[in-house]
Design a protein around this ligand. Structure first.
Ligand SMILES: [Zn+2]
Length: 254
C-alpha cells in the first residue's frame, strides 16, 4: 500500500507505462525518504534519536540493556534513588537486586560508610557516590577500582586541608545505605528541594549511561557539587593520592 489504500499496481495503472512506479519507490526507500511498512521496525528509538542529536554514537544505545546497576541508599535519600531508578529505566537500564552488578550507586544523607566502597572495590565493582550534603548534593567521583581515582583518594585529599574529615566518616550503622530494588517513601525528607534531587538524579543517570556506552563519565577523577540554587555547580578535581593503596592496584592492572 502506498497510502494505506492504493497499492503499487493500482498506482502503476494510474501513472501509465511511462513511469516505473516500483523503481521510483525503491529509490525513495534507499534514500531514506520512504519506508517499507512490511519490514519497518518502527524506526530509531527515542534514545537513538537523542544520541544522534547530542553527537553521540546511536549504535551504542543497545549496550545499556546489558549494564548491571544496583542502588544502595538510606531512608532520606530514597526519593533521589527512586528518581534515579526511573530515569535509568526510561533510558533502557534496569536496576538489579545487587547480585553480580557492575556498578553500585550509593545515595545517602551525609557521608556513607567506607566499608561499602571497600567491599565493592574487592569485587571489582564500579561505584558512584551521590551524597546529600546540607542544602547541596555531591556526585562522584565515579570509581573504577584500580583504574580511576577512588573515594579513599578523595578522603586523603580532603583530610589534607580538613582535619575534622576522618572523624566525620564514622556514622552510626543504622544510617548506612542498603541495597534496594524499590525505594519506599521516607518518613522525613532531607532539607534539599525535590527539584534539586531530580536534577542530580538526572546528572548521575547520564554518567551511568555514559559508562554503559563505554564513554568517560563527567565525574571521572572529580566530584561535582550541585545547589542549593539550581544553577550552582562546582567541579572538584580528585587526582590519585600518593598515599592511597589504589595507586598500587593501578600498577598491578596496567
Ligand atoms: Zn585511591
Amino acid at each position: 500500500m502506498i497510502d494505506g489504500a492504493t497499492d503499487t499496481s493500482q498506482l502503476q495503472r494510474a501513472c501509465g507505462a511511462q513511469l516505473n512506479v516500483t523503481a521510483i519507490i525503491a529509490e525513495l526507500i534507499s534514500a531514506g525518504i520512504a519506508v517499507d511498512a512490511s519490514t519497518w521496525n518502527g524506526g530509531p528509538s527515542r534514545e537513538h534519536q537523542a544520541n544522534l542529536a547530542r553527537g553521540l554514537d546511536p549504535s551504542a544505545v543497545p549496550r545499556r540493556g546489558a549494564y548491571r546497576v544496583a542502588i544502595a541508599h538510606d531512608e532520606p535519600a530514597a526519593p533521589m534513588a527512586a528518581s534515579l531508578r526511573w530515569v535509568l529505566a526510561q533510558a533502557g537500564i534496569s536496576v538489579t537486586g545487587g547480585d553480580d552488578c557492575e556498578l553500585l550507586i550509593i545515595c545517602s544523607l551525609g557521608e556513607p560508610a567506607r566499608t561499602l566502597f571497600t567491599a565493592a572495590c574487592e569485587y571489582g565493582i564500579d561505584q558512584l557516590p551521590v551524597v546529600i550534603d546540607g542544602p547541596a548534593i555531591r556526585c562522584g567521583p565515579y570509581i573504577r577500582p584500580g583504574r580511576w581515582p577512588c573515594l579513599r583518594c578523595h578522603d586523603f585529599l580532603r583530610a589534607d586541608w580538613d582535619t575534622a574529615w576522618p572523624a566525620l566518616l564514622h556514622q552510626p550503622k543504622s544510617r548506612q545505605p542498603q541495597i534496594h530494588q524499590h525505594s519506599p517513601a521516607p518518613a522525613a525528607g532531607p532539607a534539599v528541594s525535590a527539584v534539586l534531587m531530580q536534577l542530580v538524579a538526572a546528572r548521575a543517570a547520564d554518567d551511568v549511561i555514559s559508562t554503559a556506552e563505554e564513554r568517560v563519565p563527567s565525574t571521572y577523577a572529580c566530584l561535582r557539587s550541585y545547589g542549593p540554587q539550581l544553577h550552582q555547580h562546582t567541579r572538584y578535581a580528585i587526582p590519585f593520592h600518593p598515599e592511597c593503596t589504589c595507586t598500587r592496584l593501578l600498577a598491578e592492572v596496567s
